[in-house]
Design a protein around this ligand. Structure first.
Ligand SMILES: Nc1ncnc2c1ncn2[C@@H]1O[C@H](COP(=O)(O)OP(=O)(O)OP(=O)(O)O)[C@@H](O)[C@H]1O
Ligand SMILES: [Mg+2]
Length: 428
C-alpha cells in the first residue's frame, strides 16, 4: 500500500519559502503567471530530486512500515515522519532524518545526520519523547537511554527501553548455533536476531557483570548448557558463595559454597576456594609442561595432535567481590590473602591450559576487580549495572541504562554486540 506524500509540497527551508514568495510576487505585481509557475516548478523539482534519496521513494509513501532492521546500504530506509519532525524541532534543523526500529526490549531510533551534537540535547529530546528522568541523578546521567554516536555509517542511534509487558517471549536457548568439537558457548541473541557466541578457543576468560536480578545466574546456566553440547566433556567447577539453587543444580566436578565457622555461623568457604584454586593452578602447570613437551602451544593443538580426550576445565566464580574482600580482610598469615593472585594466575594460564573462566560480579568497582584479572577477561558480558562508574569499570559505557532480565552488551575485544541473554526455564 502506498499513499501520495503531500508533505513533499511543504516548503522545507527558508530558501524554498522565499522562492515561493517571489513567485507569488511576480504573479501578483507583474501578472507574469507562467514565469511564476515555472519558478515554482523548478524550485519543487529541485527539492524533490535532492531529497529523493533520503526518503527512499519519489511521491508515494509506503503506508505499512516494513521492518528496517535488515536495512543495508542497498535497501531504502523508511523514515518515520513524526519522529523526524520531532527531531527537526528539537535540533532546529532540517538536516536530520529518523527511522524507527524495534527489538524485544528496545525501541531504536536511527538518526541520520551530518554533524549534530545529539548528546547536548538529549535532555530536551527525552522530555519530548516522554522518557522519565531517573530520580536522584543529574544531567546526562538522569536520562535512561542508550546513545550511540556512531551506529553505522552516517547515523547515530538511541535505544529506548520498552515497558516490561512489551518484551515478548524470552530468548530461546539455541543448540543449533553450536558445533560439536568446538569450545563455543551460545549465550543469547543480538537485537538483530543473530546469535551471541563466545569462542573460548580465542576468548578464554569472560566477566559477567550486572546488578541483582539482571540475569547473571541465567548466563551461567545457559553457558553451562552450551558446554554440555560441545562434545568436549569439560570439567565443571563452581564457586558460588551466595549458594544460588540454580548453580548448585548444575552437574559439576566441584561446588564450593558456604561452611560453618567455629561459632556455628554460616560463612563463605574461603579455604575451600583457596584449595580449589591451588589445585587447578597445579594442574594447569602440569598441563603446560606436557603440552610444551609435545610441541603444542595450547590445549586445542594438543587435542588435535596428541589426545582428543583432554578435557577443557570450566571454572565459574559467582560474586568475585566476596573473594576479593575476604582476601583483603584475612589475617596476614592466612593463605586466603593469596586468593586473588591465585585466580589471576589461573586466568593467565587458562588461555593455553584450557581453563574457561567466567567471573560474575554485581557491582564492578576497580578495587574489587584487580587489573591482573581484568586484563585476562577480555570478553565482557555486561548486563544492567547500577551506574556509569560500574559500566565503565565493566568496559561498556552506557550499559547502566539497559533493562533488566537478560539485556546484555557483550564485548569481544573491541567488538560489541547488543542483545538479550537466552533463558532456560527451570523445569525443562
Ligand atoms: N535472559 C533472560 N530472559 C528472561 N528472563 C530472565 C533472563 N535472565 C534473567 N531473567 C529473569 O530475571 C530473574 C533474575 O535473574 P538472575 O537470577 O540470573 O539474576 P542475577 O543477576 O543472578 O541476580 P543476583 O545477583 O541476585 O544473583 C530470573 O529469575 C528470571 O526470571
Ligand atoms: Mg545470581
Amino acid at each position: 500500500m502506498t499513499t501520495f506524500d503531500w508533505n513533499i509540497f511543504y516548503p522545507r527551508n527558508l530558501l524554498e519559502g522565499l522562492t515561493l514568495l517571489l513567485a507569488a510576487a511576480i504573479w501578483s505585481f507583474f501578472g507574469l503567471l507562467y514565469t511564476a509557475l515555472m519558478l515554482t516548478v523548478i524550485s519543487y523539482s529541485f527539492w524533490i530530486s535532492a531529497t529523493r534519496f533520503q526518503r527512499g521513494y519519489w511521491f508515494f509513501k509506503p503506508t505499512t512500515r516494513p521492518a528496517t532492521r535488515s536495512t543495508t546500504a542497498g535497501n531504502p530506509v523508511n523514515f518515520d515522519k513524526d519522529l523526524t519532525q520531532l527531531y527537526r524541532d528539537v535540533f532546529n534543523t532540517e538536516k536530520v532524518m529518523v527511522s524507527l526500529d524495534h527489538a524485544s526490549q528496545y525501541d531504536i531510533h536511527i538518526i541520520w545526520h551530518d554533524d549534530l551534537n545529539i548528546t547536548a540535547r538529549l535532555g530536551t529530546l527525552a522530555r519530548r519523547l516522554g522518557i522519565e528522568s531517573l530520580p536522584g541523578k543529574k544531567g546526562q546521567e538522569a536520562i535512561p537511554v542508550i546513545f550511540f554516536e556512531v551506529w553505522k555509517a552516517g547515523c547515530s542511534a538511541l535505544l529506548i527501553k520498552k515497558k516490561p509487558d512489551n518484551w515478548g517471549e524470552p530468548v530461546r536457548f539455541k543448540p543449533e548455533t553450536l558445533t560439536k568439537g568446538k569450545p563455543r558457548a551460545y549465550i543469547g541473541d543480538t537485537i538483530n536476531g543473530d546469535p551471541i557466541i563466545i569462542d573460548h578457543a580465542l576468548e578464554h576468560g569472560a566477566g559477567v557483570f550486572g546488578t541483582s536480578g539482571s540475569g547473571k545466574t541465567e548466563v551461567f546456566v545457559v553457558h553451562h548448557a552450551s558446554m554440555q553440547l560441545t562434545g568436549l566433556n569439560p570439567e565443571m567447577h563452581i564457586i558460588d558463595l551466595k549458594g544460588t539453587p540454580q548453580l548448585r543444580r548444575l552437574s559439576n566436578d566441584s561446588y564450593i559454597s558456604t561452611t560453618t565457622d567455629e561459632q556455628g555461623e554460616t560463612v563463605a568457604d574461603m579455604h575451600g576456594v583457596y584449595e580449589l584454586l591451588q589445585a587447578l593452578n597445579n594442574r594447569l602447570a602440569e598441563r603446560m609442561t606436557r603440552y610444551t613437551q609435545a610441541d603444542c602451544d595450547n590445549i586445542w593443538q594438543y587435542r588435535k595432535k596428541v589426545d582428543n580426550k583432554e578435557r577443557p576445565i570450566c571454572l565459574y566464580v559467582d560474586e568475585l567481590a566476596v573473594l576479593s574482600r575476604a582476601a583483603k580482610t584475612a589475617r596476614k598469615d592466612d593463605p586466603i590473602t593469596n586468593i586473588m593472585a591465585q585466580l589471576a594466575s589461573l586466568a593467565q594460564l587458562g588461555r593455553s591450559g584450557g581453563l574457561i573462566l567466567l567471573v560474575g560480579m554485581q557491582h564492578p568497582i576497580a578495587t574489587d576487580l584487580p587489573t591482573t584479572i581484568r586484563n585476562q577477561i577480555m570478553t565482557r558480558i555486561v548486563l544492567a549495572v547500577a551506574d556509569a562508574d560500574a559500566a565503565s569499570v565493566a568496559g561498556i559505557p552506557g550499559a547502566q541504562n539497559q533493562p533488566m532480565q537478560g539485556a546484555m552488551m557483550v564485548k569481544h575485544g573491541n567488538r560489541v554486540q547488543i542483545g538479550r541473554g537466552a533463558y532456560i526455564p527451570a523445569n525443562t
